[in-house]
Design a protein around this ligand. Structure first.
Ligand code: SF4
Ligand code: SF4
Length: 292
């Protein structure tokens, strides 16, 4: 079972929920999962390691393949620039200019060069780190400063870490905040998306967008965790009822949770009574999937 934990915006408690879910399942002897894998897909600002404190055993540079021109063969015909949808390559007079920061690594220029004058080289944009936090397998992607493309790192992290048949494993994908391409890439292939929100008009606004991405765009079943329950209004509840989206858990506003977070202590370590609540949340997912 692959569960993506996402939120329409940052600061809703997404990592708190994802980390606590992982730790709760890890300590659950009745869990059907023989193994647990946690992937922090928020490659621009990964922070789950602050709470889980993994020891990394593998580190691999990743990136995208960008073109490099062999000028002995190039005739400056301009075909490569014509086929590049991203304006990442330009042919000006007797020069071929490549803009790696715009390149999506699609390979189209290499395939279409009539002279076979292009080969591909790896443009390193980040690293993938794999390790363990106790019995929990842990992976994260970290994008290099100044890079703009998170999607290839997320894609490579998932490809490297998730086994071809994850049915005997629980995989928790800690998605980046927001609803942009990195979020879509993180959710892709998940069996279920858990959306963390807060019961305020802002929370509702971002929840709507996140539901659009997960359910409408990717066709995935979704459930909601309401964090800081009690602070706002009923609009999130009303929306979920109208949209037939189950609220699977409520976490009240509690100063102890905020204090634990600020000290890098997972919610379920600070307040162990929440462990069973997270296990209950996980146990509800199969029946929710059947109704969607
Ligand atoms: S398509 Fe090949 S030969 Fe033509 S300009 Fe580009 S690199 Fe040179
Ligand atoms: S690999 Fe694709 S995106 Fe990059 S320069 Fe070539 S055609 Fe453009």
């Amino acid at each position: 079972m692959i569960v993506a934990v996402a939120s329409g915006k940052g600061g809703t408690g997404k990592t708190t929920v994802a980390v606590s879910l992982a730790l709760s399942l890890l300590e659950d002897n009745s869990s059907p999962a023989s193994k647990l894998l946690y992937l922090d897909c928020d490659v621009e600002e990964p922070n789950a390691a602050l709470f889980l404190k993994p020891v990394f055993e593998q580190r691999e540079e990743v990136g995208i393949l960008v073109p490099e021109v062999d000028f002995d063969k190039c005739t400056y015909c301009g075909r490569c620039a014509e086929v590049c949808q991203y304006h990442a390559i330009a042919v000006v007079a007797q020069k071929v200019l490549i803009f790696p920061e715009l390149c999506h690594g699609c390979g189209s220029c290499t395939l279409n060069c009539p002279e076979g004058a292009i080969h591909e080289v790896l443009n390193v944009t980040g690293v993938i780190e794999m390790g363990h936090a106790g019995p929990l397998a842990f992976g994260q992607g970290v994008m290099n400063v100044g890079q703009a493309m998170a999607v290839p790192i997320i894609r490579q992290l998932k490809k490297k870490a998730i086994p071809p048949d994850p049915s005997q494993q629980v995989v928790i994908l800690d998605a980046p905040p927001g609803t942009s391409c990195p979020v879509v890439e993180s959710m892709r292939g998940a069996d279920f998306v858990l959306l963390v929100t807060e019961p305020t008009p802002f929370g509702l606004h971002d929840l709507r967008l996140a539901v659009e991405v997960a359910r409408e765009e990717l066709g995935l079943p979704v459930g909601v965790v309401v964090n800081r329950d009690g602070v706002g209004d009923q609009s999130v509840d009303e929306y979920c009822t109208a949209e037939n989206i189950p609220i699977l858990m409520r976490i009240p506003l509690d100063r102890r949770i905020a204090e634990a977070y600020s000290e890098g202590v997972p919610l379920v370590k600070a307040l162990p009574e929440y462990r069973e609540k997270f296990r209950e949340l996980y146990r509800k997912i199969p029946s929710v999937r059947l109704t969607m």
